[in-house]
Ligand binder design. Structure first.
Ligand SMILES: NC(=O)c1ccc[n+]([C@@H]2O[C@H](COP(=O)([O-])OP(=O)(O)OC[C@H]3O[C@@H](n4cnc5c(N)ncnc54)[C@H](O)[C@@H]3O)[C@@H](O)[C@H]2O)c1
Length: 249
């Protein structure tokens, strides 16, 4: 493959699995996250797979920091050819009590962060006339979900953003797709369970799911690795649902 991939949120959960899968497929990996210790550990795994790894402490919603990190990636690894926007935060709260601050925080990281990271690295892909952008959205946006209107709206924005860019950048050899995970066993899901945000817990979700289990980070990573591959070059603007049948479209 000989590609350079930036994975935001690559220190944990779905993003960490994506780092491993893309490294397995031959990409060097830049991990952009806030958690330095966890990033370092994922970077070690990438190196053990024989690929280069670079860790950048990045808040995806801070344009200056993102720009500096992109320049560091270009210097240390080369121009970016694959971007996976997996960094995100979850938040809950009844709609009628939702504050402007809570709304803005979720939108800023999940949606604006995706915009900023994509805009900053897309220049490399346009120059190369080749690129893969994969955004991690959420199945909660496909079904609707109570108590998280800001989160669901932010991920709906990510899906719309995916389609808009797929059209705008398609002539530059760049595909733009999104993967909406459904209930994946990560620190984010377990934190929601611990807060009582999953009635009946993870086990109840698994029992309701057609495949009778919840998702694993590798389930998402396999889909992302496919979308990042040469073979997926005729797929763009697509929503590749990986959810065990929770939502079928
Ligand atoms: N786990 C699920 O069931 C599920 C379901 C639907 C969607 N998702 C989405 O999948 C993505 C990955 O989630 P996960 O479950 O692996 O969660 P996670 O909490 O395990 O990982 C998220 C990572 O994003 C990083 N991050 C958070 N804010 C950041 C910021 N401002 N800048 C840089 N990094 C930041 C965190 O440090 C963390 O390493 C998220 O976008 C999430 O919304 C997850």
């Amino acid at each position: 493959m000989n590609k350079i991939a930036v994975v935001t949120g690559g220190a944990s959960g779905i993003g960490a699995a994506i780092c491993r899968y893309l490294a397995r497929d031959g990409a060097d990996i830049a991990i952009w996250d806030l958690n330095e210790e966890a990033m370092a550990s994922v970077a070690e795994e990438v190196r053990a797979l024989g690929r280069k790894a670079l860790c950048c402490r990045v808040d995806v919603s801070d344009r200056a920091v993102v720009t500096a990190a992109a320049n560091e990636v270009r210097k240390e690894l080369g121009p970016v050819s694959i971007l996976v926007n997996s960094a995100g935060i979850h938040a809950t709260g009844p709609f009628m009590e939702m504050t402007d601050e809570a709304w803005d925080r979720v939108m800023t990281i999940n949606l604006k962060g995706t915009f900023i990271c994509t805009q900053v690295v897309a220049a490399d892909m346009i120059a190369a006339n080749w690129g893969r952008i994969i955004n991690i959205s959420s199945s909660s946006t496909q079904t609707g979900s109570p108590g998280m209107a800001h989160y669901v709206a932010s991920k709906g924005g990510v899906i719309g953003f995916t389609k808009a860019l797929a059209v705008e950048l398609g002539g530059n050899g760049i595909t733009v797709n999104n993967v909406p995970p459904g209930s994946v066993d990560t620190p984010m899901l377990r934190a929601l369970e611990a807060k009582g945000g999953l009635p009946g817990g993870v086990d109840a979700i698994a029992a309701r799911n057609p495949v009778k289990r919840i998702g694993q980070p590798n389930d998402m990573a396999a889909a992302v690795a496919f979308l990042a591959s040469e073979d997926a070059g005729y797929i763009t603007g697509h929503t590749l649902s990986v959810n065990g049948g929770r939502y079928m479209s």
